[in-house]
Structure formats: C-alpha cells, structure tokens
Design a binder for this molecule. Structure first.
Ligand SMILES: [Zn+2]
Length: 153
C-alpha cells in the first residue's frame, strides 16, 4: 500500500443537511445526494451533508442497541455542524429488515412497512431534537424503492 493524493475540500465543516441512510453499499453517497436533490424539487438543495449511517436506517433509530450511535451523531450534526435538516431514507431490500424476501416479493407491503417504520423513527428523532432544544430542525423522509426515490409525507 502507499500514500496517495486526495482532493477533499476542507473548507467548511458547517452544513445545513445530514443524510441518514443504510450502510448498504447499494445506497451510496453521491448517488443519494443527487437523487435527493432532484426529489427536493423547489426546496432548498443539498450543498454539503453530514452522512449518518446505520444498518436498517429506521431500525437503527428505533432499536435500543443501535440508537445511542445514531443519537450521538445526530447531536454532533446539530450542535457542532449546525445541521437544520435531516433526510432519512429507508430502502428496498434492506437486509437489516430481512430484505424483500421477508415480504414474499410484495413490494407494496414492503413499501408500506418501511413508511410506517420511518414515521416512528421520525417521531423519535423529533423528540430527541426537542431535548437538544433544536425544535427548528426538520426531519424529511424518503423511500428508496426498487426503481425510484420518493418523498414520504
Ligand atoms: Zn439496508
């Protein structure tokens, strides 16, 4: 192995957004930010974003054993980086939830399950943001489906 040049922009650690996504390599950084920006439509676009990952996304927020890791990263994002918007996305065929097989290939049931989980995760995140005195921070939900990324109301 050897040292190689890198081209990181060290300019600014402050950022407006943080993306909360799965560790799954299929949901990778650059593609996610690009798709989210398209989905954001006429809303403020992502310029820089912290990246918070947890296996299962909503599962990592909701399960007691994973929550401390997510919680601490959310705290750093808000208190140190000034994040004002979290974008949380669950995804199709998430192994942490048993993949698409758990739903016997029923993509509608899978999507509905994840939407319900994301709403629970959002409630938990909003409660924690209140504790941090950061009730002005938004949490937006998105579902990374088999063929499209969609905003979840
Ligand atoms: Zn996953």
């Amino acid at each position: 192995m050897k040292a190689v040049p890198i081209h990181t922009n060290w300019g600014e650690h402050k950022c407006f957004d943080a993306i909360i996504r799965c560790i799954d390599h299929r949901i990778s950084g650059e593609e996610v930010a690009e798709a989210l920006n398209e989905a954001l439509d006429d809303q403020r676009k992502i310029v820089r974003a912290d990246d918070i990952t947890g296996a299962g996304v909503s599962l990592a927020v909701l399960k007691d054993e994973y929550w401390p890791l997510i919680r601490d990263e959310v705290r750093v994002a808000v208190e140190k980086h000034g994040v004002k918007r979290f974008l949380l996305l669950d995804h199709h065929d998430c192994g942490a939830y048993g993949g698409v097989d758990k739903f016997a290939g029923d993509l509608v049931a899978e999507r509905e399950f994840h939407i319900a989980e994301m709403h629970k995760a959002k409630d938990k995140l909003l409660a924690f943001l209140m504790e941090l005195d950061a009730s002005d921070v938004e949490v937006l939900l998105f579902y990374w489906g088999e063929h499209q990324l969609e905003p979840v109301e």
